[in-house]
Write a protein that binds this ligand. Structure first.
Ligand SMILES: [Zn+2]
Length: 195
């Protein structure tokens, strides 16, 4: 948890240009009620179908954070209050821990991904379309640390997120490094981040 907050803090410090670009970016329209207009704890809009993958590169190390709406991962965003809910959250966390499927690196880069932390965080905000039940909106936050023997050989990362979570539609990937700042939108058909 502390790590996640620290990471978000770092992202806010290093990301102003990306955040500005983000606000000008038009997300594709989704059917139904996926769009939520309320305030965010992180800089981006919570929108069902859209997760975020943030990468901060520091020399031979990367910190990767994935933020995903509960709707995409377990199909609900309230605090788990039944055994099936709890089992769904536990299963999802196990999926997030599966670094071998989540990230594939070019062999030449010699990267090792270590799972660090995953939380299902229930926000206090209500959806605009709430029916009064008081459902919050929960997001999964997962953090990984990646070490690479030869980070200059890291040309791409293939992300297994859509295999692990078939309900997810897109993942907005943002990279920040000393010489690099990019943003791309990953999908099931295009799950590769290029450097
Ligand atoms: Zn929501």
């Amino acid at each position: 948890m502390f790590k996640t907050l620290f990471f978000v803090g770092v992202m806010v410090l290093v990301f102003p240009a990306v955040v500005l670009a983000q606000s000008a970016y038009q997300e594709p329209a989704h059917e139904g009620h996926e769009r939520h207009g309320h305030a965010q704890r992180t800089a981006e809009a919570h929108q069902h179908g859209t997760g975020y993958l943030n990468i901060v590169i520091d020399k031979d190390k990367m910190l990767i954070e994935i933020i995903a709406p509960g709707a995409d991962i377990v199909g609900f965003e309230h605090a788990p209050h039944s055994d099936p809910d709890r089992q769904a959250v536990q299963h999802a966390k196990k999926q997030f821990r599966n670094t071998a499927v989540m990230f594939q690196f070019p062999a030449a880069a010699g990267c090792q991904a270590n799972f660090s932390d995953v939380d299902f965080e229930i926000g206090g905000q209500k959806h605009d379309h709430d029916d009064g039940i008081g459902a919050g909106h929960g997001e999964f936050h997962a953090v990984y640390e990646v070490h690479c023997k030869k980070i200059t050989a890291l040309e791409a990362i293939k992300v297994g997120y859509f295999k692990l979570f078939p309900a997810a539609k897109q993942l907005v990937a943002r990279i920040v490094g000393a010489l690099l700042q990019t943003r791309s939108v990953l999908t099931e058909k295009a799950p590769v981040i290029r450097f």
